[in-house]
Design a protein around this ligand. Structure first.
Ligand code: XBP
Ligand code: MG
Length: 249
């Protein structure tokens, strides 16, 4: 089948957003709200098993700060903390602190020139995605994307397949006509459960995770070091539209 669309994850895939982005913003929010919580780099790695910021805060309370479980209107309070966190994250993006990963802009350009649709399937909030894209690719960047599936638009976040299924529905494409690009085991599970072939670009926090269901594993989109491929003989150059087409066979 010919390749009709590439579906990109955002956090860890388009940009290294976690350690010095989301984590920093969570800590800034805790500080602003006078909570003595501090998510250090190691603890954040553990918390990343829970996708979604609000879900991650709840998991933290349940496991590390259970006295807050008695808080009145806990869900609303968590949503409030998350709102403050999002403001801090958006500021980091606007300050230019979070660049795209190597090869992302090049591949997006190639896909556009070859009339292959581009979509986003992410756990993070829509505002975070649109601001990241506009701050890194320019004011009109949202026009490059046919569908943006983000955040609470589906009930169950990754590793559930819901967000990928939602994006496929919007694109009106079968899973077999698409490729997903992800960086994490949770993301891979989500895309594969939706029936989509998936390329992994490993990120700092996801190195060592189980990527055995991936079609291709790369260090990043610019690197030629194919760590693993289920299809033989790939070209020894950065991931191109031609290589993507070969993965469809
Ligand atoms: C990304 C996430 C996100 C971010 C925080 O997972 O888990 O929750 O860490 O974003 P994936 P929000 O890359 O698999 O989509 O705080 O906006 O939820
Ligand atoms: Mg990710």
């Amino acid at each position: 089948m010919t390749l009709s669309a590439v579906l990109f994850d955002v956090d860890g895939t388009l940009a290294d957003t976690e350690r010095d982005g989301h984590r920093t913003a969570f800590n800034q929010a805790f500080h602003e709200l006078h909570l003595d919580w501090e998510w250090d780099v190691d603890l954040y790695g553990t918390l990343l098993q829970i996708t979604g910021g609000k879900e991650r805060i709840r998991f933290y309370i349940e496991n590390y700060a259970p006295s807050f479980l008695n808080k009145h209107n806990l869900d609303e309070w968590i949503a409030q903390i998350h709102k403050v966190k999002t403001e801090h994250f958006l500021n980091l993006l606007k300050e230019g602190k979070i660049p795209l990963r190597p090869g992302v802009e090049r591949l997006l350009g190639e896909l556009r020139r070859n009339n292959i649709k581009i979509a986003i399937a992410t756990t993070t909030t829509h505002e975070n995605v649109s601001t990241l894209l506009q701050c890194t690719l320019g004011e009109n960047a949202l026009e490059w994307f046919d569908v943006i599936g983000a955040g609470d638009i589906v009930a169950k976040k990754k590793p559930a397949p819901d967000i990928y299924q939602w994006v496929l529905n919007q694109l009106k494409l079968p899973a077999e006509a698409c490729i997903a690009v992800e960086d994490s085991e949770n993301g891979l599970k989500s895309a594969v459960a939706a029936g989509i072939r998936t390329i992994i670009t490993i990120s700092e926090y996801t190195r060592g995770q189980d990527f055995s269901d991936a079609t291709l594993i790369l260090e990043d989109l610019e690197g030629i070091a194919y760590v693993q491929s289920s299809t033989a003989e790939l070209s020894k150059e950065p991931l191109s539209v031609q290589t993507l087409a070969r993965l469809m066979n």
